[in-house]
Design a protein around this ligand. Structure first.
Ligand code: ATP
Length: 352
């Protein structure tokens, strides 16, 4: 099976070709980079509009070059696209492109849930059977596990996504988007200072810790202004310490709930998904927790963690093989598409 995948939920305009015979995934991406501040939805949509045709053309060129059959045959078996969740105007651009391609290539359309794709790419690359998934992405944060034909949300953020929370802090500090890698770098020289840690049952909240971190930063700036100093410090607490402590608390919260999810489900496999999964400290904490309980941990390579069309194409292939295609008139995008709305058609049901 060969699938063209198209992703465009927020910042990454991306197209990919997955060939299940060779397991090859070729990804062409064009990222939106805000000039200042965070992601502006209108600018992100404009970027999507310009970049999608280009990345799709590059991916299709590859599909044509590697296609064995007669030139009259389409170079892929289906077009899969991210239906949601994400920013409405971005999703609509991708939906329109996918529908047009499905018609011009005369192949079926497959509608993929972006969060389930984050999970499935980990299950695919690790060859795991039934893992728990921690999705730590920009706009989301949740624990998913399969039961009775659906991926159930076992725990999730009660406010913002984990990456967006970190990005809000770095925006406040005046660092450019995305903030996650900058916090990771600054944390290397930091020491622990007290910040809130909020886990309630299986859910977590990031707004309190972010406000506290901003407050400590502001206190430091005013203290340093008052003393005529120029360093980013908070009553003697450097910004590096805030970054270090943010990581320890936020990732500690995610790790705690991931462990509870493993314990609750009895699964001994954990996969990581989402752009925040590129963070080495988060991976280290999860790995250590899994080691201690004899579970296996897998983090896909970075190109599959951040938003990418490779994961859309890979899940698209599984759905296509299961006959799970979409009629054009049912192919509306859904900015609030939750993972537990998706009937899982592509895997055999597990015993209760
Ligand atoms: P979603 O999948 O929820 O739609 P998204 O579209 O915002 O999320 P992702 O690519 O999954 O995108 O994640 C982007 C986020 O990852 C940004 O918030 C960014 O700051 C964060 N991030 C990237 N690298 C790192 C890192 N090394 N450490 C922490 N966070 C990181």
């Amino acid at each position: 099976t060969r699938i063209l995948g198209i992703e465009g939920t927020a910042w990454a305009a991306s197209a990919a070709v997955f060939d299940s015979a060779t397991d090859d995934v070729v990804i062409e991406s064009d990222a939106y980079q805000p000039d200042s501040g965070g992601i502006h939805p209108r600018e992100a949509a404009e970027h999507m509009h310009e970049a999608i045709p280009q990345v799709v053309e590059r991916a299709l060129e590859h599909a044509r070059e590697t296609h064995d059959g007669p030139a009259s045959e389409p170079p892929v078996d289906a077009v899969a696209f991210s239906r949601g969740p994400g920013l409405g105007p971005c999703l609509r651009t991708v939906g329109t492109a996918a529908r047009a391609l499905s018609q011009s290539l005369e192949v079926p359309l497959v509608g993929v849930n972006h969060m389930v794709a984050h999970l499935e790419i980990g299950r695919h690359t690790a060859d795991f059977d039934s893992p728990v998934c921690l999705n730590a992405s920009g706009a989301n944060a949740h624990l998913l596990a399969y039961r009775n034909g659906r991926y159930r949300v076992l725990g999730e953020t009660m406010d913002t996504g984990v990456g967006n929370a970190i990005d809000k802090f770095t925006r406040h500090v005046g660092w450019s988007h995305p903030g996650g890698p900058k916090v990771e770098a600054a944390a290397e020289d930091g020491e622990y200072v007290d910040l809130p840690y909020v886990v309630k049952g299986m859910d977590f909240s990031f707004s309190g810790i972010m406000s506290a971190a901003k407050q400590r930063y502001d206190d430091g700036v005013s203290a340093s202004d008052a003393s005529g100093g120029s360093s980013d410090s908070s009553d003697g607490v450097p910004v590096e310490d805030i970054c270090y402590s943010l990581q320890e608390n936020i990732f500690g919260m995610l790790t705690e709930v991931a462990e509870r999810a493993l314990s609750l489900t009895g699964s001994d496999e954990l996969v990581l998904g989402g752009g925040v999964g590129q963070n080495a400290r988060l991976r280290e904490m999860l790995e250590e927790m899994c080691d201690q309980r004899g579970a296996e941990f897998h983090a896909p390579e970075p190109r599959f963690l951040r938003d990418n069309a490779g994961m859309i194409a890979v899940l698209g292939a599984k759905m296509y093989d299961a006959g799970d295609t979409l009629a054009l008139e049912e192919s509306r995008v859904d900015p609030n598409f939750r993972p537990d709305q998706v009937p899982v058609t592509w895997r055999a049901d597990e015993p209760e």
